[in-house]
Ligand binder design. Structure first.
Ligand code: NAD
Ligand code: TYD
Length: 351
């Protein structure tokens, strides 16, 4: 995208306003909730509006939670009318590949329509910066030895990835056609506290704690790159401040792990556990490998990952060990139904 350098600013240095209003969508989820905590900790003078279809359990003075659907234009209009945010960081999305394979439609509604509605309203309200939280999955699967750069072709292979790639194109259009000050951040797989145990790392930690099987898809040789959520939050903060409008930034670490090696490594951290790795039916269209070239954000904005994978993993395990009530609260109703559908069938078909 062509940068509009005149649009560069540093919002915390804006002398015209005392308290900046940052609207975070999807702040009841994993990365969004960590980002809210990070922002309120770092900038006591900023006010955060969390817009999510789920209730958020935070209870802080400078945080307001609004329940609503990003794909509902009236919900969005109302929240903008009430708070007139200066900045929007858009996390809200259906986020799990396996669920997108079973039910793609809701991914298109939330992730594509929702993004357009938010862009429309942001344009009307003259939002100063809109940051789209995208993903490495939009580049599709890579062979060993290659890393995706920001200008590489979008090549999604599952409904989730296609919905995120579509949203990225709408963000591009908002800049090219309407000169909206936008950025896209494409991060690799995140891990850390508060991640729902349907994604690889928290699922394997929780199952190890509960002595349940550790279901590995296919031959377990797929490769993912891992980023601690706090390092992602720092990158988002930097791009919100200093990202050149219209630009996209990859955020990765180079910590690439084969799933089998990662799960074996994790299991060693639970010497008491009776869990075993169980190979199960592969995910349909399972991408072999994602890997990002993150030199742009490193060279242009000075970001670099600070959490060593080994330390971050250990700290994440400890968080789950110390939050068993949170796990119990989550492993009810809908989650158990999803778990049964996703895993019972996979395990049956392989045996
Ligand atoms: P998450 O599922 O934990 O959180 C998503 C949040 O969005 C949830 O709180 C959910 O209620 C909310 N949401 C979904 N649809 C909504 C709608 N229609 N209206 C309002 N709220 C809605 O996911 P996450 O892992 O925190 O991911 C957040 C963002 O980061 C997503 O956009 C995802 O694509 C992106 N991302 C995630 C990762 C990762 O490894 N988790 C990596 C790169 C990018
Ligand atoms: P996931 O956490 O779903 O993230 P993504 O698909 O977005 O990368 O999965 C990470 C990797 O782990 C992916 O290759 C699929 C694999 N996986 C399993 O082998 N078993 C599981 O139970 C899950 C959830 C994932």
């Amino acid at each position: 995208m062509t940068p509009h350098k005149d649009e560069v600013f540093n919002f915390f240095e804006d002398p015209n306003k005392d308290m900046k209003i940052v609207m975070v969508t999807g702040g009841a989820g994993f990365i969004g909730s960590n980002f809210i905590k990070y922002m309120l900790g770092k900038y006591p003078d900023c006010k955060v509006i969390n817009f999510d279809k789920l209730t958020y359990a935070g209870n802080l003075e400078n945080l307001i939670s609004v329940e609503g659907d990003v794909a509902n234009a009236l919900d969005i209009k109302n929240v903008f009318e009430q708070f007139n945010p200066d900045y929007v960081v858009h996390f809200a999305a259906e986020s799990h590949v396996d669920r997108s394979i079973v039910n793609p439609d809701i991914f298109l509604t939330s992730n594509i329509i929702g993004t357009q509605i938010l862009l429309n309203q942001s344009r009307e309200n003259k939002v100063k910066k809109f940051v789209q939280i995208s993903t490495d999955e939009v580049y599709g699967s890579l062979p060993t030895g290659i890393a995706s750069k920001e200008d590489d072709k979008l090549n999604p292979n599952n409904p989730y990835a296609a919905s995120k790639a579509s949203a990225d194109l709408l963000i591009r259009v908002a800049h090219q056609t309407f000169k909206q000050p936008v950025n896209i951040i494409r991060a690799c797989n995140n891990y850390g506290p508060f991640q729902f145990p349907e994604k690889l790392i928290p699922l394997m930690i929780v199952n190890s704690l509960l002595n349940e099987e550790l279901p590995l898809y296919g031959d377990g040789q797929n490769i993912r790159e891992w980023l601690h959520v706090n390092d992602h939050c720092k990158a988002i903060d930097l791009v919100l401040h200093k990202g050149i409008p219209g630009e996209t930034y990859n955020v990765g670490t180079g910590d690439n792990w084969e799933n089998l090696k990662l799960v074996e490594h994790l299991l060693q951290k639970f010497p008491e556990s009776k869990s075993h790795i169980q190979f199960v039916l592969d995910r349909q269209g399972h991408d072999f490998r994602y890997a990002l070239d993150s030199s742009k954000i490193q060279n242009e904005l000075g970001w670099k990952p600070e959490v060593k994978f080994e330390d971050g993993l250990q700290e994440t395990i400890e968080w789950y060990v110390n939050h068993q009530e949170w796990i119990e609260d989550i492993r009810t109703g809908n989650y158990l139904k999803y778990y049964d559908t996703n895993y019972a069938e996979r395990m049956m078909e392989i045996s």
